[in-house]
Design a binder for this molecule. Structure first.
Ligand SMILES: Cc1cc2nc3c(=O)[nH]c(=O)nc-3n(C[C@H](O)[C@H](O)[C@H](O)COP(=O)(O)OP(=O)(O)OC[C@H]3O[C@@H](n4cnc5c(N)ncnc54)[C@H](O)[C@@H]3O)c2cc1C
Length: 293
């Protein structure tokens, strides 16, 4: 691996100053489970690595009844799904956090890193989008917010400027009649990248859907919001015909390519299947006798 300087600041300001000094050659490190591999492969060659794990704002996981969940960018996946209050309110996020890598990877890997890496296949991103998450970004002059659905702009590219860092994600508190789910398809059960990922969040009244959000991963250059499918669901009972049609509309929103891991046609088919299943899983989570996630 090439030589680089290592810094472990304890505040956002200190990290911003380091970014200002080192410019585009600096990289934030949360868990390092993407960055270290990219540095070993030579695809990323930062001259300065800024370890975020000692910045308390980026390690903060807090649930507020008014503002919802603040998930610091460097909070490892394990801390998300081991937190019962978070797990019960944000099951879709937990589905995704539990799927990332292995136990060892999840001890370090963060949702912030998953998002900032900019991969269209990142598991947590469709879940975050479905939940209405907003990214909080700190820069030299001010903090700004960007909806997560607009954060990734191309494979490996995000809205972050060279002098900015991701502080965390703010996720609204879902009402009592809402739930969420994330499902992915991979050829192997574990340690594989999504061929398709689908995140949904649904607000229900009995068996009827009041409002839905659907986001797709790995079927386009960035995550895709399946707006038509979500709009179609509003005010409908989630019966077989409705679910089938919502799945078809979601598949139409996808823009997949053919590659060695699946053809575009196959991926579209999987989008429709996973959308249907994720909607069913979400509705099941709202039934009174449902036990856990
Ligand atoms: C064996 C293995 C299995 C994996 N399995 C999966 C999987 O199933 N699903 C999946 O989605 N991913 C998977 N990954 C990829 C990786 O683990 C995830 O993307 C993880 O969530 C990245 O988080 P991290 O904290 O390690 O990020 P890091 O590696 O620390 O950072 C990732 C990128 O984001 C940038 N960055 C990080 N934090 C910030 C910040 N606060 N501000 C600005 N930029 C920042 C870094 O500079 C880097 O470019 C796997 C990786 C490995 C090695």
């Amino acid at each position: 691996m090439h030589e680089f300087s290592y810094h472990a600041p304890t505040s956002v300001n200190e990290a911003i100053n380091l970014l200002a000094t080192h410019g585009a050659k600096a990289r934030l490190l949360c868990g390092g489970t993407d960055l270290i591999i990219q540095m070993r492969a030579g695809t990323q060659q930062p001259s300065c690595v800024i370890d975020a794990k000692r910045i308390s704002d980026l390690r903060r996981l807090s649930l507020d009844p008014a503002t919802g969940l603040f998930l610091g960018a460097a909070v490892p996946c394990v801390e998300i799904y081991q937190n019962e209050a978070v797990a019960s309110r944000y099951p879709g996020l937990v589905d995704a956090a539990k799927l990332i890598g292995s136990v060892q990877i999840r001890d370090r890997a963060s949702v912030g890193g998953n998002l900032a890496n900019g991969s269209p296949a990142a598991d947590s991103v469709p879940a975050l989008i479905a939940l209405g998450a907003v990214a909080r970004i700190a820069g030299p002059d001010r903090e700004r917010t960007v909806p997560v659905e607009k954060f990734v702009v191309a494979p490996g590219r995000t809205v972050l400027k060279a002098d900015e860092l991701l502080v965390g994600m703010q996720i609204p508190l879902p009402p009592a009649n809402a739930s969420s789910a994330y499902l992915r398809f991979t050829p192997r059960n574990e340690m594989d990248i999504a061929v398709v990922g689908v995140g949904v969040a649904v607000k229900m009244s009995g068996e009827g859907c009041l409002e839905a959000q659907i986001a797709l991963g790995a079927v386009g250059p960035t995550q895709i919001v399946a707006k038509e499918a979500a709009t179609y669901l509003a005010g409908k009972r989630l019966d077989e015909a409705t679910l089938e049609h919502a799945g078809r509309l979601a598949a139409q929103a996808a823009t997949p390519i053919d590659d060695t891991r699946g053809t575009a046609e196959f991926r579209r088919h999987i989008v429709s299947v996973l959308t249907r299943r994720a909607l069913l899983a979400t509705a099941a989570r709202l039934r009174p006798n449902h036990s856990g996630n």
